[in-house]
Design a protein around this ligand. Structure first.
Ligand SMILES: Nc1nc(=O)c2c([nH]1)NC[C@@H]1CN(c3ccc(C(=O)N[C@@H](CCC(=O)O)C(=O)O)cc3)C=[N+]21
Length: 284
């Protein structure tokens, strides 16, 4: 193995300690940061993620509320709950867990969240703010990836070429914008890209965010490159794995993030950071 590991658990611990200190200071001033997590339906994976988020809040001294609803909940009822949370002064962040049941329009629900409480960074106003370099909540997963780069001395990416694989609204697109903001030269690849390997072999930083195993293999990586794996898949044995062929790529890359223990924990960490900052803004 030539690559060094970027440990998302260790980095999370560091950042969450800071969050806990700032949350305690704010609480002492009478404002306890609060996150509301809304879960509709009984998606197994969602139950686990949501529990992890609530536990992370508790550990950092944030107030959290978990609202669970039946899969049959109407869209109108969900929109009414979001509106109530928008108006609840004890709540500084609102997260509506995706995916939502099919009869509910997720776009409509996300747009109903007040941008001041959109700690997921999914609202059009948050995406727009990122696009034009204004203040707004950054989507937690790409934000966590940027923190990981910062942790290895790559806060400024001037002169570096970053290749993002994937163009989703929640990871690929905001990731590209954040890398651009950090002065990288950015290429976004996707299912319509003719020769993915030709692109990734030029990259100093590769971010894989497709949701498919082995999208990035050793032959596609420039020696010494930084490889960030956003994927969350199951292999044939049912084990959690990313989009990157970790065993192959770790022999070529300079740095690599593991799955599990990489981007996932950082996503939750940045959710705490956003919630804390929302509360700090509300208190000032
Ligand atoms: N409104 C909304 N916001 C989200 O941020 C959101 C969402 N909906 N829907 C689902 C996805 C998924 N997601 C994860 C976050 C952390 C881990 C995580 O911590 N994973 C651990 C392992 C967990 C395990 O063992 O299963 C790791 O990678 O080490 C996973 C998945 C947030 N999501």
């Amino acid at each position: 193995m030539t690559a060094q590991l970027i440990d998302g658990v260790a980095l999370s611990k560091q950042v969450r300690t800071e969050v806990a200190q700032r949350a305690a200071a704010l609480t002492a001033k009478g404002v306890k940061p609060g996150l509301a997590v809304v879960l509709v339906g009984d998606n197994q994976a969602s139950q686990v993620y949501v529990r992890n988020k609530v536990k992370a809040c508790e550990d950092a001294g944030l107030h959290s509320v978990l609202e669970k609803y039946e899969a049959t909940m109407s869209e109108a009822d969900l929109l009414a709950r979001v509106e109530a949370l928008n108006n609840d002064p004890a709540i500084h962040g609102i997260l509506v867990q995706l995916p939502l049941p099919k009869h509910i329009d997720d776009h409509k629900v996300i747009e109903a969240i007040s941008p001041e409480k959109d700690v997921d960074g999914f609202h059009v106003a948050s995406a727009g703010a990122l696009m034009v370099g204004e203040k707004g909540f950054k989507a937690c997963t790409p934000y966590g990836c940027m923190k990981m780069l910062e942790s290895i001395g790559m806060k400024d990416l001037k002169g570096k070429h970053a290749v993002v694989i994937g163009r989703s609204n929640i990871v690929g697109k905001p990731m590209a914008m954040m890398l651009l903001q950090a002065n990288a030269t950015v290429t976004v690849c996707h299912s319509g890209t003719a020769d993915l390997g030709a692109m990734t072999r030029q990259a100093d930083v590769v971010v894989a965010a497709v949701g498919k195993r082995n999208v990035l293999t050793a032959d596609m990586v420039k020696p010494g490159a930084v490889v960030i794996d956003v994927g969350m898949n199951r292999n044939d044995e049912g084990k959690l794995c990313g989009d990157v062929d970790f065993d192959g790529v770790k022999e070529v890359a300079g740095w690599i993030t593991p799955v599990p223990g990489g981007v996932g924990p950082m996503t939750i960490t940045m959710l705490l950071v956003n919630t804390l900052e929302s509360a700090e803004r509300a208190a000032s």
